[in-house]
Write a protein of this length. Sequence first.
Length: 407
Amino acid sequence: MSRRVVFVTPVFPSFTGNGLAMRAAALLKLLSGWASVDLLVIPIYNARVDAPDPDIAQLCQSWQSVPNPDWTSFDPPSQDVIKFVGNEQNIPREWRWCSADWRKKIKKAIHAVNPDLVFVFRFYLAPYVLPSIGALPCWLDLDELESSSRARLARVYSLCGKRDLALEMEQEAQGYAKLESQYLGRFNRLFASSKREAEGIYSRFKKASVRVLPNSYPQSRPHPQRTATGKARLLFVGSLGYFPNEDAVKYFNREIFPLIKERTAVPVELVVVGGGWKEAVDPSSDAELYQGVKFVGAVAETTPFYAETDIVVVPLRSAGGTRIKILEAFSHSRAVVSTSIGAEGLELLDGVHLEIADKVEDFTDKCVNLIEDAERRRELAKKGHELFMNQYLMKNLELQVPHFFAD
């Protein structure tokens, strides 16, 4: 291919990682069908810097990680950022970490491959990349508006009594809102994961060139419904190192799971799959609260857990653009109960493809109904899997590459 693209991301893309890494992997896969791609990782959260997975490496012409050369010394925020934000306290932490030495290394890495285009994954990389590319065209995949996700996090932190963190997120939300209004216009093309996210972009920058590039999942692995065992098994998948997931698990166990166990004669257990749980929860300190809950930790393959699950629960109260949890559940043909936020950004019908409930009582009732109605579980699982196959299977999106990337 004559076209060459540098794909800049804060994490190594991975088809088996968290939602951020999985969307990055999907974008890389699609881009590799349109251009030769050089992967550049800027690990601003100290993400691993060793090497990409083999299936990722084969999609790239080259790959490189450029970590911060000095984590102990940081430049003050640039004057143009301070001017736009108006209050130095509101400058997001990701923008504070961008030192002059780091930018020089990033600039050298980008220009070393002589690209025709720079594709940036996540808005918070803007100050690292934009000063380094000169006249090169630059595209941005937002995945989510940082201002919106920070505002939601602030509300949930407040609900949890974490006032200092709530204030910090409120300040960052205000800062990002101003930065988005100034910096989104510097990108030649913007990509959003849903129509809702695209509308949010237009509200900040009305002349933006925005294309919706939906989330996807790489494989279809439908399972038959579990053989009746006299017990019901619920599943939550997600790293508890990500606060919205931590909050979702604690909220579910505190408010919803006790009611489910009260209202059905069927013994019920909850399996939580994902890393970070030992830092987030301590089951031994509250054995009653976590009775019937099994924390598995990080796993290399989630398929066996879906195969042994009756219902997938997604009780998120804050989140942003990526919604991989539900697509993964659909790919395995499992019934889902989710909050509106958990299902946001996907073209789903409540009561047809999944059950949506935002109140404790409603979430409880829908879980109990599915526990006690195997036919209803099969119906939801079937419809969810059909939708996944038609709209969210990665190979179907690959057929639309010209639509996403061509002029």
